[in-house]
Design a protein. Structure first.
Lengths: 122, 434
Protein backbone atom coordinates (compact mmCIF):
# COMPACT_ATOMS: atom_id res chain seq x y z
CA UNK A 1 0.00 0.00 0.00
CA UNK A 2 1.33 3.46 -0.94
CA UNK A 3 1.49 6.53 1.21
CA UNK A 4 -1.78 8.17 2.21
CA UNK A 5 -2.83 11.55 0.79
CA UNK A 6 -5.95 13.38 1.94
CA UNK A 7 -7.47 15.80 -0.60
CA UNK A 8 -9.65 18.45 1.07
CA UNK A 9 -11.44 20.14 -1.83
CA UNK A 10 -15.10 20.87 -2.54
CA UNK A 11 -15.17 20.63 -6.36
CA UNK A 12 -16.13 17.02 -7.24
CA UNK A 13 -14.51 17.02 -10.69
CA UNK A 14 -11.25 18.48 -9.38
CA UNK A 15 -11.30 15.83 -6.64
CA UNK A 16 -11.84 13.14 -9.26
CA UNK A 17 -8.97 14.36 -11.46
CA UNK A 18 -6.52 14.69 -8.54
CA UNK A 19 -7.58 11.32 -7.12
CA UNK A 20 -7.06 9.62 -10.47
CA UNK A 21 -3.70 11.28 -11.00
CA UNK A 22 -2.32 10.44 -7.53
CA UNK A 23 -3.72 6.92 -7.30
CA UNK A 24 -2.03 6.13 -10.65
CA UNK A 25 1.15 7.48 -9.07
CA UNK A 26 0.84 4.94 -6.27
CA UNK A 27 -0.86 7.00 -3.57
CA UNK A 28 -3.71 5.86 -1.42
CA UNK A 29 -6.13 8.75 -1.92
CA UNK A 30 -8.99 9.75 0.38
CA UNK A 31 -11.03 12.90 -0.02
CA UNK A 32 -13.06 15.28 2.07
CA UNK A 33 -15.28 18.08 0.72
CA UNK A 34 -16.26 20.23 3.70
CA UNK A 35 -14.38 22.79 5.74
CA UNK A 36 -15.99 22.69 9.18
CA UNK A 37 -15.14 19.05 10.02
CA UNK A 38 -11.93 18.79 7.98
CA UNK A 39 -9.77 18.40 11.09
CA UNK A 40 -11.78 15.35 12.14
CA UNK A 41 -11.15 13.84 8.72
CA UNK A 42 -7.40 14.48 9.16
CA UNK A 43 -7.37 12.76 12.57
CA UNK A 44 -9.41 9.86 11.26
CA UNK A 45 -7.42 9.25 8.04
CA UNK A 46 -3.92 9.95 9.45
CA UNK A 47 -2.58 11.08 6.06
CA UNK A 48 1.11 11.32 5.12
CA UNK A 49 0.36 14.38 3.00
CA UNK A 50 -2.56 16.81 2.73
CA UNK A 51 -3.76 18.73 -0.31
CA UNK A 52 -5.89 21.58 1.00
CA UNK A 53 -8.09 24.00 -0.93
CA UNK A 54 -8.30 27.54 0.47
CA UNK A 55 -11.95 28.28 -0.34
CA UNK A 56 -14.02 25.58 1.32
CA UNK A 57 -17.61 25.67 2.51
CA UNK A 58 -17.79 26.11 6.26
CA UNK A 59 -14.20 27.06 7.05
CA UNK A 60 -11.29 28.59 5.20
CA UNK A 61 -8.27 26.48 4.27
CA UNK A 62 -6.04 28.85 6.27
CA UNK A 63 -8.03 28.15 9.47
CA UNK A 64 -7.90 24.41 8.83
CA UNK A 65 -4.15 24.62 8.28
CA UNK A 66 -3.76 26.47 11.59
CA UNK A 67 -5.65 23.64 13.34
CA UNK A 68 -3.47 21.05 11.63
CA UNK A 69 -0.32 22.81 12.80
CA UNK A 70 -1.67 23.13 16.36
CA UNK A 71 -2.16 19.37 16.60
CA UNK A 72 1.19 17.84 17.57
CA UNK A 73 0.37 14.67 15.66
CA UNK A 74 0.13 16.55 12.35
CA UNK A 75 2.32 19.59 12.93
CA UNK A 76 4.90 18.10 10.59
CA UNK A 77 2.57 16.65 7.96
CA UNK A 78 3.35 18.24 4.57
CA UNK A 79 0.49 20.43 3.32
CA UNK A 80 0.06 21.57 -0.27
CA UNK A 81 -2.38 24.46 -0.53
CA UNK A 82 -4.55 25.14 -3.58
CA UNK A 83 -6.02 28.52 -4.24
CA UNK A 84 -7.62 30.47 -7.05
CA UNK A 85 -5.54 33.49 -6.14
CA UNK A 86 -1.99 33.97 -7.25
CA UNK A 87 -1.17 37.25 -5.63
CA UNK A 88 1.92 37.61 -3.50
CA UNK A 89 -0.04 38.37 -0.35
CA UNK A 90 -2.01 35.12 -0.70
CA UNK A 91 1.19 33.16 -1.13
CA UNK A 92 2.61 34.89 1.94
CA UNK A 93 -0.54 34.18 3.92
CA UNK A 94 -0.29 30.49 2.99
CA UNK A 95 3.36 30.40 4.01
CA UNK A 96 2.67 32.20 7.29
CA UNK A 97 -0.11 29.73 8.05
CA UNK A 98 2.44 26.95 7.66
CA UNK A 99 1.88 25.59 4.16
CA UNK A 100 4.79 23.61 2.74
CA UNK A 101 3.87 24.40 -0.82
CA UNK A 102 1.36 26.58 -2.60
CA UNK A 103 -0.25 26.08 -6.03
CA UNK A 104 -2.48 28.44 -7.95
CA UNK A 105 -5.51 27.11 -9.80
CA UNK A 106 -5.61 26.16 -12.59
CA UNK A 107 -2.47 24.03 -12.21
CA UNK A 108 -0.84 21.55 -14.56
CA UNK A 109 -1.01 17.89 -13.62
CA UNK A 110 2.75 17.56 -14.09
CA UNK A 111 3.37 20.39 -11.59
CA UNK A 112 0.93 18.86 -9.12
CA UNK A 113 2.65 15.46 -9.34
CA UNK A 114 6.09 17.00 -9.06
CA UNK A 115 5.06 19.01 -5.98
CA UNK A 116 3.47 16.02 -4.26
CA UNK A 117 6.51 13.82 -4.95
CA UNK A 118 8.86 16.51 -3.69
CA UNK A 119 6.85 16.97 -0.47
CA UNK A 120 6.75 13.21 0.08
CA UNK A 121 10.54 13.03 -0.21
CA UNK A 122 11.14 15.98 2.08
CA UNK B 1 17.27 81.48 -3.58
CA UNK B 2 16.45 83.48 -0.43
CA UNK B 3 13.02 85.04 -0.32
CA UNK B 4 14.28 88.63 0.03
CA UNK B 5 16.33 88.34 -3.11
CA UNK B 6 13.29 87.32 -5.13
CA UNK B 7 11.78 90.84 -5.09
CA UNK B 8 13.85 91.85 -8.10
CA UNK B 9 12.73 88.81 -10.07
CA UNK B 10 9.09 89.60 -9.29
CA UNK B 11 9.57 93.22 -10.39
CA UNK B 12 11.13 92.09 -13.65
CA UNK B 13 8.40 89.48 -14.35
CA UNK B 14 5.61 91.95 -13.56
CA UNK B 15 7.18 94.64 -15.73
CA UNK B 16 7.58 92.25 -18.66
CA UNK B 17 4.06 90.94 -18.30
CA UNK B 18 2.80 94.50 -18.54
CA UNK B 19 4.99 95.25 -21.53
CA UNK B 20 6.80 98.15 -19.85
CA UNK B 21 10.37 98.94 -20.90
CA UNK B 22 13.00 98.96 -18.17
CA UNK B 23 13.95 102.55 -18.92
CA UNK B 24 10.30 103.70 -18.73
CA UNK B 25 9.75 102.00 -15.38
CA UNK B 26 12.98 103.43 -14.03
CA UNK B 27 11.90 106.92 -15.07
CA UNK B 28 8.46 106.52 -13.48
CA UNK B 29 10.02 105.29 -10.25
CA UNK B 30 12.61 108.06 -10.24
CA UNK B 31 15.66 105.81 -10.42
CA UNK B 32 18.28 105.18 -13.08
CA UNK B 33 17.81 102.33 -15.54
CA UNK B 34 21.11 100.77 -14.48
CA UNK B 35 20.01 100.78 -10.82
CA UNK B 36 16.71 99.17 -11.80
CA UNK B 37 18.67 96.59 -13.78
CA UNK B 38 20.67 95.69 -10.67
CA UNK B 39 17.46 95.48 -8.61
CA UNK B 40 15.77 93.28 -11.20
CA UNK B 41 18.68 90.86 -11.13
CA UNK B 42 18.48 90.67 -7.35
CA UNK B 43 21.82 92.38 -6.95
CA UNK B 44 20.47 95.25 -4.87
CA UNK B 45 18.15 95.00 -1.89
CA UNK B 46 15.31 97.47 -1.98
CA UNK B 47 12.60 98.63 0.34
CA UNK B 48 10.87 101.77 1.51
CA UNK B 49 10.05 104.46 -0.97
CA UNK B 50 11.74 102.85 -4.01
CA UNK B 51 9.66 99.73 -3.55
CA UNK B 52 6.47 101.77 -3.14
CA UNK B 53 7.24 103.80 -6.26
CA UNK B 54 8.03 100.70 -8.34
CA UNK B 55 4.86 98.96 -7.14
CA UNK B 56 2.83 102.07 -7.97
CA UNK B 57 4.36 102.32 -11.44
CA UNK B 58 3.64 98.65 -12.05
CA UNK B 59 0.08 99.00 -10.72
CA UNK B 60 0.43 96.27 -8.05
CA UNK B 61 0.25 96.14 -4.28
CA UNK B 62 3.78 96.33 -2.77
CA UNK B 63 3.03 93.07 -0.92
CA UNK B 64 2.73 91.33 -4.31
CA UNK B 65 6.43 92.13 -4.85
CA UNK B 66 7.67 91.41 -1.33
CA UNK B 67 5.70 88.31 -0.39
CA UNK B 68 6.56 85.01 -1.93
CA UNK B 69 4.23 82.74 -3.75
CA UNK B 70 1.21 81.26 -1.99
CA UNK B 71 2.55 78.84 0.62
CA UNK B 72 -0.11 76.29 -0.42
CA UNK B 73 1.10 76.42 -4.02
CA UNK B 74 4.73 76.04 -2.98
CA UNK B 75 3.86 73.14 -0.72
CA UNK B 76 1.86 71.40 -3.50
CA UNK B 77 4.76 71.93 -5.91
CA UNK B 78 7.21 70.44 -3.41
CA UNK B 79 4.96 67.42 -3.07
CA UNK B 80 4.67 67.06 -6.82
CA UNK B 81 8.45 67.35 -7.18
CA UNK B 82 9.10 64.71 -4.54
CA UNK B 83 8.25 61.96 -7.04
CA UNK B 84 10.27 63.49 -9.85
CA UNK B 85 13.93 63.15 -10.61
CA UNK B 86 13.80 65.88 -13.25
CA UNK B 87 12.24 68.74 -11.28
CA UNK B 88 14.65 71.38 -9.97
CA UNK B 89 13.55 71.05 -6.34
CA UNK B 90 15.85 73.78 -5.07
CA UNK B 91 14.16 76.31 -7.36
CA UNK B 92 10.52 75.73 -6.37
CA UNK B 93 10.18 79.17 -4.75
CA UNK B 94 11.72 80.89 -7.72
CA UNK B 95 9.43 79.03 -10.16
CA UNK B 96 6.33 79.87 -8.13
CA UNK B 97 7.34 83.51 -7.92
CA UNK B 98 8.26 83.93 -11.56
CA UNK B 99 5.33 82.03 -13.02
CA UNK B 100 2.50 82.26 -10.49
CA UNK B 101 -0.09 81.24 -13.09
CA UNK B 102 1.75 78.14 -14.26
CA UNK B 103 2.71 77.26 -10.70
CA UNK B 104 -0.92 77.50 -9.61
CA UNK B 105 -1.99 75.33 -12.55
CA UNK B 106 0.67 72.72 -11.79
CA UNK B 107 -0.30 72.68 -8.10
CA UNK B 108 -3.98 72.25 -9.05
CA UNK B 109 -3.14 69.43 -11.44
CA UNK B 110 -1.09 67.74 -8.74
CA UNK B 111 -3.97 67.96 -6.25
CA UNK B 112 -6.42 66.68 -8.87
CA UNK B 113 -4.16 63.76 -9.73
CA UNK B 114 -4.02 62.87 -6.08
CA UNK B 115 -7.81 63.05 -5.77
CA UNK B 116 -8.24 60.84 -8.86
CA UNK B 117 -5.73 58.34 -7.52
CA UNK B 118 -7.78 58.10 -4.33
CA UNK B 119 -10.93 57.45 -6.39
CA UNK B 120 -9.13 54.74 -8.38
CA UNK B 121 -7.95 53.13 -5.14
CA UNK B 122 -11.50 53.16 -3.77
CA UNK B 123 -12.94 51.63 -6.94
CA UNK B 124 -10.18 49.03 -7.18
CA UNK B 125 -10.76 48.11 -3.57
CA UNK B 126 -14.49 47.84 -4.14
CA UNK B 127 -13.92 45.63 -7.18
CA UNK B 128 -11.49 43.42 -5.28
CA UNK B 129 -13.98 42.87 -2.49
CA UNK B 130 -17.17 42.61 -4.49
CA UNK B 131 -18.77 39.36 -3.26
CA UNK B 132 -20.53 38.65 -6.57
CA UNK B 133 -17.34 39.07 -8.57
CA UNK B 134 -15.42 36.95 -6.11
CA UNK B 135 -17.99 34.13 -6.28
CA UNK B 136 -18.23 34.26 -10.08
CA UNK B 137 -14.46 34.25 -10.53
CA UNK B 138 -14.14 31.36 -8.11
CA UNK B 139 -16.74 29.44 -10.11
CA UNK B 140 -14.96 30.18 -13.40
CA UNK B 141 -11.52 29.26 -12.04
CA UNK B 142 -12.83 26.06 -10.45
CA UNK B 143 -14.38 25.00 -13.77
CA UNK B 144 -11.19 25.86 -15.69
CA UNK B 145 -9.07 23.93 -13.15
CA UNK B 146 -11.26 20.85 -13.43
CA UNK B 147 -11.27 21.02 -17.25
CA UNK B 148 -7.51 21.48 -17.44
CA UNK B 149 -6.71 18.62 -15.08
CA UNK B 150 -9.26 16.28 -16.69
CA UNK B 151 -8.27 17.12 -20.27
CA UNK B 152 -4.61 16.51 -19.42
CA UNK B 153 -5.47 13.09 -18.00
CA UNK B 154 -7.40 12.22 -21.17
CA UNK B 155 -4.51 13.27 -23.39
CA UNK B 156 -1.57 12.08 -21.32
CA UNK B 157 -2.76 8.77 -19.86
CA UNK B 158 -1.83 5.87 -22.08
CA UNK B 159 -4.44 3.12 -22.52
CA UNK B 160 -7.08 4.84 -20.37
CA UNK B 161 -9.90 2.45 -19.58
CA UNK B 162 -13.15 3.20 -21.47
CA UNK B 163 -15.10 3.69 -18.19
CA UNK B 164 -12.64 6.36 -17.05
CA UNK B 165 -12.66 7.92 -20.49
CA UNK B 166 -16.46 8.19 -20.46
CA UNK B 167 -16.42 9.56 -16.93
CA UNK B 168 -13.87 12.24 -17.72
CA UNK B 169 -15.65 13.21 -20.93
CA UNK B 170 -18.83 13.67 -18.94
CA UNK B 171 -16.96 15.73 -16.34
CA UNK B 172 -15.48 18.00 -19.01
CA UNK B 173 -18.89 18.48 -20.53
CA UNK B 174 -20.36 19.41 -17.13
CA UNK B 175 -17.53 21.81 -16.37
CA UNK B 176 -17.72 23.43 -19.80
CA UNK B 177 -21.40 24.19 -19.16
CA UNK B 178 -20.52 25.60 -15.73
CA UNK B 179 -17.75 27.68 -17.24
CA UNK B 180 -20.14 29.11 -19.83
CA UNK B 181 -22.69 29.99 -17.15
CA UNK B 182 -20.05 31.58 -14.96
CA UNK B 183 -18.49 33.57 -17.79
CA UNK B 184 -21.84 34.84 -19.01
CA UNK B 185 -22.92 35.76 -15.49
CA UNK B 186 -19.72 37.76 -15.18
CA UNK B 187 -20.29 39.51 -18.49
CA UNK B 188 -23.88 40.35 -17.58
CA UNK B 189 -22.73 41.67 -14.24
CA UNK B 190 -19.97 43.81 -15.72
CA UNK B 191 -22.29 45.14 -18.43
CA UNK B 192 -24.86 46.19 -15.87
CA UNK B 193 -22.61 46.78 -12.89
CA UNK B 194 -23.76 50.29 -12.08
CA UNK B 195 -27.35 49.04 -11.69
CA UNK B 196 -26.25 47.08 -8.67
CA UNK B 197 -24.93 50.01 -6.79
CA UNK B 198 -27.03 53.01 -6.00
CA UNK B 199 -23.89 55.15 -5.71
CA UNK B 200 -23.01 54.51 -9.32
CA UNK B 201 -26.52 54.46 -10.87
CA UNK B 202 -26.84 56.90 -13.74
CA UNK B 203 -29.96 59.07 -13.93
CA UNK B 204 -31.09 57.22 -17.08
CA UNK B 205 -31.19 53.95 -15.13
CA UNK B 206 -33.18 55.56 -12.35
CA UNK B 207 -35.62 57.06 -14.86
CA UNK B 208 -36.13 53.74 -16.64
CA UNK B 209 -36.62 51.94 -13.33
CA UNK B 210 -39.32 54.47 -12.37
CA UNK B 211 -41.10 53.94 -15.72
CA UNK B 212 -40.81 50.15 -15.49
CA UNK B 213 -42.23 50.18 -11.96
CA UNK B 214 -45.39 51.72 -13.42
CA UNK B 215 -45.48 49.35 -16.39
CA UNK B 216 -44.76 52.35 -18.67
CA UNK B 217 -48.48 53.23 -18.45
CA UNK B 218 -49.76 56.35 -16.67
CA UNK B 219 -53.57 56.54 -16.38
CA UNK B 220 -53.12 60.04 -14.87
CA UNK B 221 -51.80 61.27 -18.25
CA UNK B 222 -54.37 59.32 -20.25
CA UNK B 223 -57.30 61.06 -18.53
CA UNK B 224 -59.16 63.52 -20.79
CA UNK B 225 -58.02 67.06 -20.05
CA UNK B 226 -54.83 65.97 -18.22
CA UNK B 227 -52.56 69.00 -17.72
CA UNK B 228 -48.77 69.41 -17.42
CA UNK B 229 -49.30 69.87 -13.66
CA UNK B 230 -50.06 66.16 -13.58
CA UNK B 231 -46.54 65.47 -14.90
CA UNK B 232 -45.10 67.63 -12.14
CA UNK B 233 -47.16 65.74 -9.53
CA UNK B 234 -45.95 62.36 -10.87
CA UNK B 235 -42.32 63.51 -10.84
CA UNK B 236 -42.70 64.96 -7.32
CA UNK B 237 -44.07 61.62 -6.13
CA UNK B 238 -41.02 59.81 -7.53
CA UNK B 239 -38.77 62.47 -5.97
CA UNK B 240 -40.29 61.68 -2.57
CA UNK B 241 -39.43 58.03 -3.20
CA UNK B 242 -35.80 58.99 -3.71
CA UNK B 243 -35.45 59.70 -7.45
CA UNK B 244 -32.37 61.91 -7.93
CA UNK B 245 -32.71 65.43 -9.35
CA UNK B 246 -31.09 64.58 -12.73
CA UNK B 247 -33.39 61.55 -13.07
CA UNK B 248 -36.39 63.72 -12.19
CA UNK B 249 -35.50 66.00 -15.12
CA UNK B 250 -35.31 63.03 -17.49
CA UNK B 251 -38.56 61.55 -16.21
CA UNK B 252 -40.27 64.93 -16.57
CA UNK B 253 -39.20 65.17 -20.22
CA UNK B 254 -40.40 61.63 -21.00
CA UNK B 255 -43.76 62.21 -19.28
CA UNK B 256 -44.28 65.58 -20.97
CA UNK B 257 -43.87 63.84 -24.31
CA UNK B 258 -46.21 61.08 -23.06
CA UNK B 259 -48.82 63.74 -22.32
CA UNK B 260 -48.41 65.33 -25.77
CA UNK B 261 -48.74 61.91 -27.41
CA UNK B 262 -51.80 61.05 -25.30
CA UNK B 263 -53.44 64.34 -26.23
CA UNK B 264 -52.77 63.79 -29.94
CA UNK B 265 -53.77 60.13 -29.84
CA UNK B 266 -56.19 59.73 -26.92
CA UNK B 267 -56.78 56.26 -25.57
CA UNK B 268 -60.43 55.97 -26.77
CA UNK B 269 -59.40 56.97 -30.33
CA UNK B 270 -56.52 54.50 -30.24
CA UNK B 271 -58.71 51.70 -28.90
CA UNK B 272 -61.20 52.28 -31.70
CA UNK B 273 -58.44 52.34 -34.32
CA UNK B 274 -56.89 49.14 -32.94
CA UNK B 275 -60.31 47.45 -32.92
CA UNK B 276 -60.73 48.36 -36.58
CA UNK B 277 -57.19 48.08 -37.98
CA UNK B 278 -55.26 45.90 -35.54
CA UNK B 279 -51.94 46.91 -33.98
CA UNK B 280 -49.85 47.35 -37.16
CA UNK B 281 -48.26 50.76 -36.57
CA UNK B 282 -48.39 51.92 -40.21
CA UNK B 283 -52.11 51.18 -40.45
CA UNK B 284 -52.71 52.96 -37.14
CA UNK B 285 -50.68 55.94 -38.37
CA UNK B 286 -52.74 56.18 -41.55
CA UNK B 287 -56.02 55.77 -39.66
CA UNK B 288 -55.21 58.42 -37.04
CA UNK B 289 -53.04 60.84 -39.00
CA UNK B 290 -50.26 60.54 -36.38
CA UNK B 291 -46.65 60.03 -37.39
CA UNK B 292 -45.08 56.61 -36.96
CA UNK B 293 -42.76 57.59 -34.12
CA UNK B 294 -45.72 58.81 -32.08
CA UNK B 295 -47.68 55.63 -32.83
CA UNK B 296 -44.63 53.60 -31.67
CA UNK B 297 -44.48 55.54 -28.41
CA UNK B 298 -48.21 55.17 -27.80
CA UNK B 299 -48.07 51.41 -28.44
CA UNK B 300 -45.22 51.13 -25.94
CA UNK B 301 -47.31 52.84 -23.25
CA UNK B 302 -50.52 50.85 -23.64
CA UNK B 303 -51.40 47.93 -21.37
CA UNK B 304 -50.18 44.58 -22.62
CA UNK B 305 -53.70 43.10 -22.69
CA UNK B 306 -54.58 45.62 -25.41
CA UNK B 307 -51.50 45.45 -27.65
CA UNK B 308 -49.46 42.45 -26.47
CA UNK B 309 -45.78 42.70 -25.49
CA UNK B 310 -44.15 45.79 -27.03
CA UNK B 311 -40.56 46.95 -26.63
CA UNK B 312 -39.23 50.32 -27.71
CA UNK B 313 -35.76 51.79 -28.14
CA UNK B 314 -35.19 55.46 -28.94
CA UNK B 315 -31.79 56.84 -29.89
CA UNK B 316 -30.58 60.36 -30.53
CA UNK B 317 -28.50 61.44 -33.51
CA UNK B 318 -25.31 60.23 -31.83
CA UNK B 319 -26.75 56.72 -31.53
CA UNK B 320 -27.01 56.97 -27.74
CA UNK B 321 -30.01 55.08 -26.41
CA UNK B 322 -32.13 57.66 -24.63
CA UNK B 323 -35.14 55.45 -23.99
CA UNK B 324 -35.47 51.71 -23.64
CA UNK B 325 -38.44 49.52 -22.84
CA UNK B 326 -37.28 45.93 -23.13
CA UNK B 327 -39.08 42.98 -24.65
CA UNK B 328 -38.31 39.38 -23.75
CA UNK B 329 -35.67 37.83 -25.99
CA UNK B 330 -34.01 41.10 -27.08
CA UNK B 331 -31.28 42.55 -24.86
CA UNK B 332 -30.64 46.29 -24.88
CA UNK B 333 -27.38 47.85 -23.62
CA UNK B 334 -27.66 50.63 -21.09
CA UNK B 335 -26.71 53.79 -22.95
CA UNK B 336 -24.19 53.31 -25.69
CA UNK B 337 -22.37 50.58 -27.53
CA UNK B 338 -25.42 48.89 -29.07
CA UNK B 339 -24.91 46.66 -32.09
CA UNK B 340 -24.51 48.79 -35.25
CA UNK B 341 -26.49 46.20 -37.21
CA UNK B 342 -29.73 47.12 -35.45
CA UNK B 343 -32.42 48.36 -37.87
CA UNK B 344 -32.59 51.41 -35.59
CA UNK B 345 -29.26 52.62 -36.96
CA UNK B 346 -30.08 51.64 -40.53
CA UNK B 347 -33.20 53.82 -40.21
CA UNK B 348 -31.05 56.74 -39.00
CA UNK B 349 -29.26 56.63 -42.37
CA UNK B 350 -32.56 57.00 -44.22
CA UNK B 351 -34.72 59.46 -42.29
CA UNK B 352 -38.48 59.08 -42.71
CA UNK B 353 -38.08 55.74 -44.52
CA UNK B 354 -39.56 53.10 -42.18
CA UNK B 355 -38.00 49.63 -41.99
CA UNK B 356 -39.46 46.35 -40.90
CA UNK B 357 -37.61 43.07 -40.42
CA UNK B 358 -37.25 40.00 -38.22
CA UNK B 359 -34.16 40.01 -36.06
CA UNK B 360 -32.47 37.63 -33.66
CA UNK B 361 -29.58 38.47 -31.38
CA UNK B 362 -26.62 36.15 -31.10
CA UNK B 363 -26.98 35.95 -27.34
CA UNK B 364 -28.11 33.58 -24.67
CA UNK B 365 -31.89 33.61 -24.19
CA UNK B 366 -32.42 35.51 -27.44
CA UNK B 367 -35.67 35.12 -29.36
CA UNK B 368 -36.62 36.18 -32.88
CA UNK B 369 -38.56 39.43 -32.71
CA UNK B 370 -40.02 41.84 -35.20
CA UNK B 371 -38.27 45.21 -35.41
CA UNK B 372 -39.89 48.28 -36.93
CA UNK B 373 -37.71 51.33 -37.17
CA UNK B 374 -38.04 54.91 -38.31
CA UNK B 375 -35.91 58.03 -37.94
CA UNK B 376 -37.55 61.42 -37.85
CA UNK B 377 -36.78 64.96 -36.66
CA UNK B 378 -37.48 65.55 -32.99
CA UNK B 379 -39.15 68.93 -32.95
CA UNK B 380 -39.75 71.64 -35.53
CA UNK B 381 -36.19 72.91 -36.10
CA UNK B 382 -35.52 76.03 -38.18
CA UNK B 383 -33.37 77.42 -41.01
CA UNK B 384 -30.57 78.22 -38.60
CA UNK B 385 -30.96 75.13 -36.48
CA UNK B 386 -32.17 71.90 -38.04
CA UNK B 387 -34.13 69.63 -35.72
CA UNK B 388 -31.97 66.78 -34.47
CA UNK B 389 -32.93 63.31 -35.66
CA UNK B 390 -34.25 60.65 -33.34
CA UNK B 391 -34.54 56.99 -34.18
CA UNK B 392 -37.39 54.82 -32.89
CA UNK B 393 -37.36 51.02 -33.01
CA UNK B 394 -40.46 49.13 -31.96
CA UNK B 395 -39.96 45.50 -30.95
CA UNK B 396 -42.76 42.96 -31.08
CA UNK B 397 -43.02 39.18 -30.84
CA UNK B 398 -42.00 37.18 -33.91
CA UNK B 399 -44.62 37.34 -36.68
CA UNK B 400 -43.27 34.04 -38.07
CA UNK B 401 -41.64 33.05 -41.34
CA UNK B 402 -44.01 35.30 -43.30
CA UNK B 403 -42.03 38.26 -41.95
CA UNK B 404 -38.98 37.22 -43.98
CA UNK B 405 -35.67 35.70 -42.90
CA UNK B 406 -34.48 36.70 -39.45
CA UNK B 407 -31.33 38.87 -39.48
CA UNK B 408 -28.58 37.91 -37.06
CA UNK B 409 -27.31 40.78 -35.00
CA UNK B 410 -25.86 41.37 -31.57
CA UNK B 411 -26.36 43.20 -28.30
CA UNK B 412 -23.03 44.99 -28.26
CA UNK B 413 -19.64 44.05 -29.69
CA UNK B 414 -18.07 43.34 -26.32
CA UNK B 415 -20.38 40.40 -25.61
CA UNK B 416 -21.13 39.36 -29.19
CA UNK B 417 -19.91 36.01 -30.52
CA UNK B 418 -20.66 36.77 -34.21
CA UNK B 419 -17.54 36.17 -36.25
CA UNK B 420 -16.78 37.97 -39.54
CA UNK B 421 -18.90 40.98 -38.68
CA UNK B 422 -18.01 44.02 -40.80
CA UNK B 423 -19.55 46.30 -38.21
CA UNK B 424 -17.46 45.02 -35.30
CA UNK B 425 -15.70 47.86 -33.47
CA UNK B 426 -14.09 45.94 -30.62
CA UNK B 427 -13.07 42.39 -29.83
CA UNK B 428 -15.61 40.27 -28.05
CA UNK B 429 -14.63 39.05 -24.64
CA UNK B 430 -16.75 35.97 -25.28
CA UNK B 431 -14.48 34.77 -28.07
CA UNK B 432 -11.19 36.12 -26.74
CA UNK B 433 -11.43 36.12 -22.97
CA UNK B 434 -12.93 32.78 -22.29
Amino acid sequence: MGKKVLVIEDEPNIIEAISFLLSRDGWEVTTHAKGHDAMEAVRQRQPDLIILDVMLPGKSGYDILAEIREDAAFAGTPVLMLTARGQTRDREQAERAGADHYMTKPFSNADMLAAVRALARA
Amino acid sequence: MPETLMIGTRIRETRMMRGIRQSDLARQAGISPSYLNLIEHNRRRIGGRTLLRLAGALGVEPSRLTEGAEPAVVSALREAASDSAQAERDRVEEFAARFPGWAGLLADLHRRTEALERIIDTLTDRLAHDPFLEDSLHEVISAVTAIRATAAILVETEALEPEWQARFHRNINEDAARLTEGAQALVRYLEAAPDRDADLAVPQDEMHAALAARGHHFPELEAPGAQPEEVARLVAREARDGLSAPAQALLGAVLRRYLEDARALPLPMLRAAIAQHGTEPDRLARATGADLARVFRRLATLPEDLVGPVGLVICDASGTLIFRKPIEGFAIPRLTGACPLWPLYQAMAQPLAPLRCRVRQAARGAATVQALAVASPAGPGGFDRPAPLQGHMLLRPDPGEAGGEARRLGVSCRICPLADCDARRETSILSEGF
